[in-house]
Design a protein around this ligand. Structure first.
Ligand SMILES: Cc1cc2nc3c(=O)[nH]c(=O)nc-3n(C[C@H](O)[C@H](O)[C@H](O)COP(=O)(O)OP(=O)(O)OC[C@H]3O[C@@H](n4cnc5c(N)ncnc54)[C@H](O)[C@@H]3O)c2cc1C
Ligand code: FES
Length: 260
């Protein structure tokens, strides 16, 4: 059973009207979290809400999450104030596997951009060459743009509106990459399902290993309730697929295993 921690919000940074970066003091999570893992955070309603970990500061013993308001839970969380108390379970799930990774191509979209930031931070700290491509709707929606620019010298944005970076979605940039640039790259993607699917098909066509972080509705976050099951290709030939728990067996999976 995962331990539940009582934590305090130490910093809140609003990103426009619908998003915020929240930083909490919690040594246990700050010191042990890996990119791709998530936390389950209290929000005054019955169920905790899952959020990918966006950054950790091991010296300050804090971790941060980025939250976009979609319903009543995220609304309450974004409206909270510095000093407010929460309970949290974490770090939860299996994060990205960096073993043997020579070069990284990180691709983010939507709220997936938040956990991609943690992977960028990890790559920098561990000397893994890293290129980041984030897809935004438009310039006004390009949250964390400056932070990514500082964290990664090879950072690219695409916008549907075409008012920042390459016009189009992330594929518009990825399709310009040469085989030489892509050699030895491992791809890690977090974002809307359709984006992860397109990127993983492209990665497969280029012979690249690709990991995706699946987002399913969750309840317990610790593998007990089976609310979050997803279809994963079966290893045994007699079965087409098996159900796996996104919270416990994922949320990160090798894209080759996922049945979209
Ligand atoms: C592994 C994981 C990582 C995530 N990381 C982020 C992140 O970094 N930033 C961010 O803004 N959002 C993230 N989400 C989505 C976030 O959890 C939902 O937006 C949030 O739970 C919605 O809660 P709500 O009360 O505002 O919405 P409501 O729709 O009112 O929620 C009702 C119920 O449905 C559940 N639910 C609704 N949408 C989702 C969803 N997409 N995923 C899981 N449960 C959901 C809620 O937990 C709640 O129990 C992540 C989800 C998962 C599964
Ligand atoms: S959320 Fe309960 S098993 Fe995954």
């Amino acid at each position: 059973m995962k331990e539940e921690y009582s934590i305090r919000l130490v910093k809140k940074e609003l990103l426009g009207e619908t998003c915020a970066v929240l930083t909490f003091s919690c040594p246990e999570i700050a010191l042990s979290a890996r990119p791709g893992q998530f936390v389950n955070l209290s929000c005054e309603y019955f169920l905790k809400r899952p959020f990918g970990i966006m950054a950790v500061d091991k010296e300050a013993k804090t971790f941060s999450i980025g939250v976009r308001k979609v319903g009543k839970g995220t609304d309450k969380i974004i409206k909270s104030s510095e000093g407010d108390s929460f309970t949290v379970l974490g770090p939860l799930g299996n994060g990205f596997d960096f073993d043997g990774v020579k070069k990284l191509l990180l691709v983010g979209g939507g709220t997936g951009i938040f956990p991609i930031f943690f992977a960028t931070q990890y790559a920098k700290e561990n000397g893994i060459p890293c290129e980041v491509v984030n897809g935004y709707r438009c310039k006004n929606d390009a949250f964390l743009y400056d932070r990514f620019s500082c964290a990664c010298s090879d950072f690219h944005a695409t916008t549907d509106a075409g008012d920042l970076g390459v016009k189009g979605n992330v594929m518009a940039y990825l399709e310009t990459m040469s085989d030489e640039e892509l050699a030895n790259m491992t791809v890690m993607v977090v974002g809307p399902g359709i984006m992860m699917r397109k990127v993983s098909e492209w990665a497969k066509s280029k012979g690249l290993t690709c990991y995706v972080s699946l987002e399913q509705r969750m309840a317990c976050g610790i593998g007990a309730c089976l609310v979050c099951v997803c279809k994963i290709k079966a290893e045994q030939e007699e079965k087409e697929f098996v159900h796996k728990r996104c919270c416990k067996d994922g949320p990160v999976f090798n894209a080759e295993e996922v049945i979209w």
